[in-house]
Design a protein around this ligand. Structure first.
Ligand code: RIB
Length: 312
């Protein structure tokens, strides 16, 4: 492994956000309060989340040669993410996410993949210099299966998979994954059953996956459940006033990766990740909402600075 580099192989989207009182039902039109655009995409969000906390991060992905692609690259660079392996293509548009956020901070997201749909194993092979010896490789499912499988296979460090958006996992992928981090909906989709935030139910569903690595199930305000070696540990989340839950899960995963490169054990890393997710839920937008180390210290409270006690 090379030092403490984190590599993210994944998506970059321009997020178009509309704030609404409540999310529309099928066939219904609702009027929004305001709208804004900001950089997003699960991959790019996780890259920025780790970099904003001080991580050494490289991104592998694809954007168009359009204005959105330019903005997304600039946003990554502003947070110090290396973008040498984000390919630009003139023949496809940059990925777009249309997001409605209701008064309770819940969202509904539709993604048009655009350039993200063209990421291939060849892109991963071209990025071998940053993928093969990364300390942590962060993967999601907003790009095709083949590059996800290729990256998991190549990476010599800790391979972390966010199985979102949920779909049937490619055969053999989990054999190359060390840490699986679904939310309760994705877990239910993968394991069968109904989404639940009840710790015993979540633990039982996670065991049903038969996954040999560590499973961390994120539960929003209810924190997270860590399953490893057959035992489960519940980690609570700090209480916050929720404004917008978009990218809270990405904040969690990026902060988890950053903490792992700093030598945290898994439960300690999950406590920091819970704080990062909680902070992100207090701000509007995706990358705009991701925390700095000081933000995490504030969420954790006095005496809970970086590397300190981490109960949340
Ligand atoms: O996880 C949040 C992200 O999901 C948004 O930024 C949007 O782009 C979609 O990818």
């Amino acid at each position: 492994m090379s030092g403490d580099r984190i590599v993210v192989v994944g998506s970059l989207n321009f997020d178009l956000v509309v704030e609404v009182e409540r999310l529309p039902s099928p066939g219904e039109t609702v009027l929004g309060h305001r709208h804004f655009g900001n950089p997003g995409g699960k991959g790019a969000n996780q890259a920025v989340a780790a970099a904003r906390l001080g991580g050494d991060v490289a991104m592998v992905g694809c954007v168009g040669t359009d204005e959105s692609g330019e903005q997304l690259l600039a946003a990554l660079r502003a947070d110090g993410v290396a973008t040498d392996h984000v390919r630009r293509r003139a023949d496809v548009a940059t990925g777009l996410a249309v997001i409605s956020v209701d008064a309770a901070g819940e969202n509904a997201i539709v993604v048009s993949s655009g350039a993200n749909g063209t990421v291939s194993p060849a892109d991963v092979a071209r990025a071998a210099g940053v993928v093969d010896d990364a300390a942590v490789c962060l993967l999601q499912l907003e790009i095709p299966d083949a590059p996800v499988v290729a990256a998991a296979r190549r990476c010599g460090g800790l391979v972390v998979l966010d199985p979102a958006p949920a779909r049937t996992l490619p055969a053999g992928l989990l054999a190359d994954v060390d840490v699986l981090i679904p939310n309760e909906h994705e877990l239910a989709e993968l394991a069968g059953g109904k989404p639940s935030r009840e710790v015993d139910t979540v633990a039982a569903q996670a065991r049903q996956l038969g996954f040999g690595g560590t499973t961390i199930v994120t539960l929003g305000a209810a924190g997270a459940v860590v399953l490893r070696d057959g035992a489960s540990t519940h980690v609570g989340a700090p209480k916050v006033d929720v404004v917008d839950t978009t990218a809270a899960g990405d904040a969690f995963r990026g902060a988890f990766a950053d903490a792992m490169t700093r030598g945290a054990d898994i439960v300690e890393a999950v406590r920091r990740a819970c704080a990062a997710g909680a902070f992100a839920a207090t701000r509007s937008g995706a990358q705009a909402a991701l925390p700095t180390p000081a933000d995490i210290s504030n969420v954790l409270g006095p005496g809970e600075g970086r590397g300190g006690g981490l109960d949340c």
